[in-house]
Design a protein around this ligand. Structure first.
Ligand SMILES: [Cu+2]
Length: 570
């Protein structure tokens, strides 16, 4: 990968101070090394997160959750036209380090990431909800989505990728938590991200803007070698603002109108490329519910990694034709569901002009086509070669999981299901545990959510929501290899996510697909005509780490309402 000289010392030192950065380096924005002599007339307006890199194997910093105020230009309609109708809104939102865009961390394999998570949010507001566990909107914690690291608090007081907090615990306003993560020497190179994961407050906090990227580098990675290839982290996000420009409560996240997509906080920004230029984009969907299904007019996006997992030395081309089709299935497998990441190579047309990046409607999606960015191709042509997919790195722990390996490592099969059911329903476990509110009461007047129970469970057994229970529902032996099938009882492709270990997808609706590694999987929807649940089947290696972590729906509103369960590896 490209390396860059650090920014000048004075600026770096003041940034270090402002960031509470004790070990590590502030890098200039991720970029290729085009020097401005390219004859560009148009300004590139896609915001760039600050980039912090490890030095001597360590990145150590304070990450402070607090409110900050900034104007955001947002549009409420998903506009298929450019420019869309947008307005500037004064917002006051929870985010990290007082910036709408949190820093990107760059780490090498084998590095240590030490974070002092400081909760500088104001006290929790009592009685925002009659559902007790939704009253901790300013308590928080931290998840490192996509990292294969220790999930425990070990030793005492030092937290790994630990999210096993009760809703009324976690990191309270005024409290701090120390995280220390050791990235394995053979960790996959690619895009991951960090965000809060406290049951009940994750949707409000992530919606507000509490998220940032983590790029893992592999020094032996030969895929991108040209310094002319600009790398960009692109968070695709939607906001839910109340009349005061805030996202205060869980209710604000589901009872206010959802904005059109913002890219790194900007509405329909302009990305400038030279004719023939190659760029490397990492899309991260940090929206709560909606898929991002990218199509660039007159171009093919060369998808080379899903969820930070490089494909097996080939590209998956993304264009209008592939946006609704996955193999022979009508399944939104090419769309980026909440939590998911696509890394793509894009080579600008040789023909100067304006092209539009769209999020097009995915199968089984409520979203509409919208223009999310303008791509202006201008200036002096540059004939950058497309990196060869034959150079995509391979990792031993992401080798295909064969039938033989599965059989020789336990090979347990589990059938799980994600479900929203209307209360009461015989499929739900009964009775309702004392003191647990299982569903949104009608008196809270939440359109569409009243009496819905957001649950999950084992196929053939009763369903239950997570709520405040920290009961382990699946126990796995360390080093086991298992095959899990996740079913979906609804008409929304709940994006299944499991922490710590990646999934090797082998089947969709029981039909074999070209296998691939992922950590966010939209599960095909329930089929009305045949009354059959949709399903996805994958294999997992439970290597390296014991401890408790979660699997859940990454539509964070569903997660907060209970569509989550605990797994323990021991
Ligand atoms: Cu869901």
């Amino acid at each position: 990968m490209t390396t860059h000289a650090p920014v000048d010392l004075e600026r770096r030192n003041s940034l270090r101070w402002a960031l509470g950065l004790s070990l590590g380096t502030v890098l200039p924005p991720l970029a290729g090394c085009n020097d401005g002599s390219s004859g560009r007339a148009t300004e590139d307006t896609l915001p760039t997160p600050l980039t912090l890199a490890s030095s001597n194997g360590k990145l150590s910093l304070d990450l402070t959750a607090r409110y900050s105020s900034q104007p955001l230009t947002i549009a409420m309609a998903q506009d298929p036209a450019y420019p869309g109708v947008a307005k500037s809104v004064a917002t006051t939102l929870r985010n990290y380090n007082g910036q709408y865009l949190a820093p990107t961390f760059i780490l090498n394999q084998g590095d240590t990431l030490a974070i002092n998570l400081i909760n500088a949010l104001p006290p929790n507001v009592p009685n925002q909800s009659s559902v007790e566990y939704l009253n901790f909107q300013n308590s928080t914690n931290l998840h490192f989505h996509g990292l294969h690291v220790d999930p425990r608090e070990f030793p005492a007081g030092i937290f790994g990728d630990y999210v096993v907090d009760m809703a009324d615990a976690g990191v309270f306003p005024g409290a701090t938590r120390k995280h220390e993560l050791h990235i394995p020497d053979d960790h996959t190179a690619g895009i991951n991200w960090y965000h809060p994961h406290l049951h009940g407050s994750s949707n409000g906090q992530v919606s507000s803007g509490m998220f940032g990227a983590i790029l893992i580098r592999d020094k032996n990675d030969k895929f991108i070698t040209s310094p002319d290839i600009r790398e960009r982290v692109i968070f695709v996000h939607k906001v839910n603002l109340n009349k005061d420009g805030k996202t205060e409560s869980f209710y604000d996240t589901i009872t206010t109108a959802t904005s059109a997509f913002l890219l790194n906080g900007a509405y329909q920004p302009t990305i400038v490329m030279r004719p023939g230029e190659v760029q490397n984009w990492h899309f991260v969907n940090s929206a709560s519910f909606y898929p991002f299904n990218p199509v660039l007019d007159d171009h093919t996006l060369l998808n080379y990694a899903k969820d930070g997992n490089p494909f097996d030395q080939k590209f998956k081309p993304i264009d209008k034709a592939t946006s609704t089709q996955f193999g022979n299935q009508q399944w939104p497998g090419n769309a980026i569901y909440p939590g998911g990441r696509h890394s793509v190579i894009v080579k600008a047309s040789e023909v100067p002009g304006t092209y539009y990046l769209r999020s097009v409607q995915a199968p089984s999606s409520e979203s509409k086509d919208e223009i999310v960015a303008r791509i202006v191709v201008e200036g002096v042509p540059i004939g950058t070669a497309i990196p060869s997919p034959a150079n995509l790195p391979r990792y031993a722990d992401h080798a295909p999981i064969t039938d033989q390996e599965l059989a020789s490592h336990g090979g347990k099969q589990r059938n799980l299901v994600l479900a929203i059911v209307k209360y009461p329903d015989d499929r739900l476990a009964k009775p309702i545990p004392a003191g647990e509110d299982w569903f949104i009461p009608a008196k809270d007047d939440i359109k569409g959510f009243t009496d819905n129970v957001f649950a999950s469970g084992t196929v053939g057994a009763k369903l239950s929501p997570f709520q405040s229970s920290l009961t382990v529902t699946q126990t796995v032996a360390l080093n086991a290899v298992e095959e899990w099938t996740i079913e979906n009882m609804n008409e929304y492709p709940h994006p299944f996510h499991i922490h710590i270990n990646d999934s090797y997808v082998i089947k969709v609706n029981g039909e074999p697909v070209t296998p691939f590694w992922a950590d966010v999987l939209p599960v095909p929807i329930w089929d009305k005509a045949t009354n059959r649940n949709g399903s996805i089947t994958f294999r997992m290696r439970f290597t390296d780490f014991i401890g408790r972590f979660v699997w859940h729906c990454h539509a964070l509103d569903h997660e907060d309402l209970g569509m989550m369960q605990l797994v323990e590896v021991k």
